[in-house]
Design a protein around this ligand. Structure first.
Ligand code: GLP
Length: 259
C-alpha cells in the first residue's frame, strides 16, 4: 500500500484527477477495450469530479470509452431522488462529460429483488473484464463503499445494514434528519473491490485520521475494513495532512507530495 500525502483537500483532488487522466490516456481505451472504472460518492470525491469535468471541457480527456461501476446505492431510493447515488453521479459527473449513459452503472436501489440485483451487478463487472481501477472514499469508521466494520474481506456485492455512525454521518445530506437516511444499501463487497487491478482511496480531514491510522499502521482487521488494502498489490491512499495526522511512523514524512 502506498500513501500520497498532500497539504490540503485541493492537493488531493488535483493529484487524483491528474493521475486518473494520465492513467486513462495511457490505457488507450477503445470501444472494444474500454477502461473500466469503479467510482465513489460522498463529499470527498466532489473536487475530483469537478477537476475531471474541467479537464473534459478543456479537451484533455474523453470518457467515450470509459465504463463505470459505482460502489454502492441506498436501498429504497429511486435514481431521481436527490440523495440517491445515481442522481449524485449524474449531477456531479456523468451529465457534464461525454460518457454514454449505457456505460454507467449504479446498483438499482429500487430493485424488487435486491439479491438478484447484487448478483447481476457482480456479473456485469465480470463481463466487463473486471475493474482496471477503483476510486473510493472511506467512512470515519473505516468503511469502504458501504462495507461496515465487521464485513468479511471475502464479501461480494450484497445488501448491507448501515452502522449508526454512518447514518449519523450521512444525515448531513438529508437536512440532518436521521430518520430520512435509508438504513440499508446495496454495496460492492470487499472481495469485489479487492479484485480491481488498482485501488485509490481518498481521505480528507481529521475525522478520517483514526481510520487512516488503523488501516495503515494497525493489524489487518475487519473491524477497520480499509485495512484490507494492506493485502492489495497496487493500492494508494491519497490523503491530506489532517487525515494523516494520527500516523506515527516516520516513513510517512517521505510520502508527502506538495503540489
Ligand atoms: C458514504 C459512501 C462511501 C464514502 C463515505 C465517505 O458512506 N457510501 O462510499 O466513502 O460516504 O463520505 P464522505 O466523503 O462524505 O466523507
Amino acid at each position: 500500500m502506498e500513501l500520497s500525502i498532500h497539504r490540503d483537500y485541493q492537493g488531493i483532488c488535483r493529484w487524483t484527477a491528474d493521475y486518473l487522466i494520465e492513467r486513462i490516456k495511457a490505457f488507450g481505451p477503445t470501444r472494444e477495450r474500454p477502461f473500466v472504472l469503479g467510482l465513489p460518492t460522498g463529499s470527498t470525491p466532489l473536487g475530483v469530479y469537478r477537476a475531471l469535468v474541467s479537464a473534459y471541457n478543456e479537451g484533455k480527456i474523453s470518457f467515450a470509452h470509459v465504463l463505470t461501476f459505482n460502489m454502492d446505492e441506498y436501498l429504497g431510493l429511486p435514481g431521481d431522488h436527490p440523495q440517491s447515488y445515481r442522481y449524485f453521479m449524474e449531477e456531479s459527473l456523468f451529465r457534464h462529460v461525454d460518457i454514454s449513459p449505457g456505460n454507467t452503472h449504479v446498483p438499482n436501489g429500487m430493485a424488487v429483488e435486491p439479491l438478484k440485483e447484487c448478483a447481476a451487478y457482480e456479473e456485469a463487472i465480470k463481463n466487463a473484464g473486471g475493474m482496471e481501477l477503483i476510486l473510493g472514499g472511506v467512512g470515519a469508521n473505516g468503511h469502504i463503499a458501504f462495507n461496515e466494520p465487521g464485513s468479511s474481506f471475502g464479501s461480494r456485492t450484497r445488501v448491507e445494514v448501515l452502522a449508526n455512525e454512518t447514518i449519523m454521518s450521512n444525515a448531513k445530506f438529508f437536512d440532518g434528519e436521521l430518520s430520512e437516511v435509508p438504513t440499508r444499501a446495496i454495496t460492492m463487497g470487499i472481495g469485489t473491490v479487492m479484485e480491481a487491478r488498482e485501488i485509490i482511496i481518498l481521505a480528507s480531514g481529521q475525522q478520517k485520521a483514526r481510520a487512516i491510522q488503523e488501516a495503515v499502521e494497525g493489524p489487518l482487521n475487519h473491524h477497520c475494513p480499509l485495512s484490507v488494502l494492506q493485502m492489495h498489490q497496487n493500492a494508494t491512499i491519497v490523503c491530506d495532512e489532517e487525515a494523516a495526522q494520527e500516523l506515527r511512523y516516520r516513513t510517512v514524512l517521505q510520502n508527502k507530495t506538495w503540489d
